[in-house]
Design a protein around this ligand. Structure first.
Ligand code: GAP
Length: 512
């Protein structure tokens, strides 16, 4: 089994080799943290989006969709707080001239302390075996207690300083901890400055009269400004939700880890409007519902965990991340935020328009509270891909590369092969393509020996292969091979649609 670093490298190169992800404008040496989705990637992405959309919109009578524009009136971002507060604290190293996020440098330092604590725990576990009492050990072992206390104090001080906009203290902390530039080892730092993450652009032809616009940094604001349009035209009653998927843009400074942190990415967000005072009940509901959605895909319960936020954004009264076990550790995949009435109230103030709901039961109007679920589509893509890619040793000692992508998400659902390129077998295979193509993305392949064709589809993530052989001509049956078990069954051509429907239907996946 490859270690995590190797596994991650394999995921990146496999994604390219099999037409999932290419670097953007590669012929010009690429653009950092911007990616293109290839012929298989676009299908996987579409299928993840569809899986999310169906579970949100079709499964909830009180949730509807929206597709708002990327460019919005610039006051939107003043109201939402993005113009003033959507910043990262940056610091430059004077020697290497490299720029870093100050909070990330400190967090990485704190993470090293945690790793030291984990090392002590692992050593003790090995020494004491079954008698090991981890809870007692971590609360009494002096070094572990010291590492963890130090870590907590550092993170708390950083949070306090950032909250108070005390950037001098953030720099002081970096200096006190003697944090060095990871590349040059230098400790010569500039002051810490705030850097706004929004990409700006101009509307209008002449430089003087052009209006400053922003590429949206989240899709959520398109939902807030359309709250009344949807509520009134859809005759929606609270509680109700508006779901949207679409591109968002952030001028990320530390854009690493492949498609985990991109400058142009896609979000799938849902804002759920509720009665004031009921938001925490709905927050718990959405935490549970979203985790269930993730678990339905079968990527392994042990690969998810909640991270409840201790430090809350100014507009939130509760927030949690669903973290996924990526090849580089547990990291945020989705956020669930109880955003209070902050956004709608801010838009009321800045637009002068009322954004309220008349509640017929309470016989009063109010600005609804909002619970948001927000997931990065590209991050979900990475979760699926990194979990799916496996090197398997087979019973005969050979190995195979296989991508066990959940069949409901797989780009190609079935590959159809004539065993030979003659004797009328290709014609029957084409007939099967014709039968299945209305419901599934299927592929015809006649090149190379059938074993090699199987391996190619295993590596591409195709859940089924259908092979037409000479027996097919006699009894109209084919072999259906399962990617994961490699088992083959003989099945009548006419039963194929029903057989595929049994294992590739939204109903069977979304209800597990
Ligand atoms: N409307 C709330 C919001 O945008 P966020 O935590 O900033 O919240 C939500 O982003 C989700 O969007 C994250 O959980 C992550 O999955 C995804 N995301 C955020 N920044 C990203 C980036 N630079 N690249 C890829 N995905 C990103």
């Amino acid at each position: 089994m490859a270690n995590n670093d190797d596994h991650f490298k394999n995921v990146i190169s496999h994604a390219k080799e099999y037409g999932y992800i290419f670097g953007s404008s590669e012929i010009y040496d690429g653009l950092s943290a911007v990616y293109d989705y290839g012929q298989n990637g676009v299908e996987l992405k579409k299928n993840i989006r569809e899986y999310w959309w169906r579970s949100m919109v079709y499964m909830h009578q009180n949730i509807v969709g929206l597709d708002a524009s990327i460019l919005m009136h610039p006051t939107t971002w003043k109201a939402s707080g993005h113009v003033d507060a959507f910043n990262d604290p940056l610091i430059d190293n004077k020697d290497s001239k490299k720029r870093y996020r100050a909070d990330v440098l400190i967090e990485e330092y704190a993470e090293k302390l945690e790793q030291k604590a984990q090392k002590e725990i692992a050593k003790a576990k090995k020494r004491f075996g079954d008698d090991f009492d981890e809870e007692q050990f971590v609360t009494t072992h002096p070094r572990v207690v010291r590492y963890r206390t130090e870590q907590k104090e550092i993170l708390q001080r950083m949070a306090r300083s950032l909250e108070a906009e005390d950037l001098a203290d953030v720099k002081a902390l970096i200096e006190e901890l003697e944090i060095a530039d990871p590349i040059s080892g230098s400790r010569e730092w500039t002051d810490v400055r705030q850097f706004n993450l929004m990409f700006g652009t101009k509307l209008g032809a002449s430089a003087d009269s052009a209006t400053q616009l922003y590429l949206r940094p989240e899709t959520a604001q398109g939902i807030f400004v359309n709250f009344l349009n949807v509520q009134k035209t859809g005759r929606m009653k609270i509680p109700f939700g508006i779901a949207q998927t679409g591109k968002a843009f952030r001028n990320e400074i530390v854009a690493r880890q492949f498609i985990f942190r991109m400058r142009e990415f896609e979000q799938m967000e849902m804002q759920f409007f509720v009665r004031p005072g009921e938001e925490l009940k709905w927050y718990e509901y959405w935490k549970e519902t979203r985790l269930k959605w993730h678990l339905s895909l079968g990527l392994g319960e042990e690969n998810y965990r909640f991270h409840d936020h201790e430090k809350l954004a100014h507009y939130a009264n509760a927030a949690a991340d669903i973290e996924f076990n990526f090849p580089f550790g547990f990291k945020e995949l989705e956020g669930i935020h109880s955003r209070t009435d902050f956004d709608l109230k801010a838009h009321e103030e800045h637009s002068g328009k009322k954004l309220q709901f008349f509640d017929p039961e309470l016989k009063e109007s109010y600005v609804p509270y909002v619970v948001e679920t927000s997931i990065g589509l590209d991050r979900m893509f990475l979760a699926v891909l990194s979990n799916a890619l496996q090197e398997e040793t087979l019973e005969d000692g050979n190995t195979r590369t296989v991508m066990k992508i959940p069949s409901i998400l797989a780009p190609v659902k079935a590959a159809i092969f004539p065993l030979l390129k003659k004797d009328g077998l290709p014609e029957i295979a084409e007939e099967i393509v014709e039968l299945l193509k209305w419901d599934y993305n299927v592929l015809y392949d006649e090149k190379d020996a059938v074993g090699r064709r199987y391996r190619r589809q295993d590596a591409a993530g195709t859940p089924y292969c259908i092979t037409v052989d000479h027996q097919t001509k006699e009894d109209r049956t084919v072999t259906l091979r399962d990617r994961d078990t490699m088992e083959q069954e003989r099945i009548a051509i006419e039963d194929l649609p029903q057989r595929l429907r049994k294992s590739i239907s939204f109903q069977s996946w979304l209800t597990t």
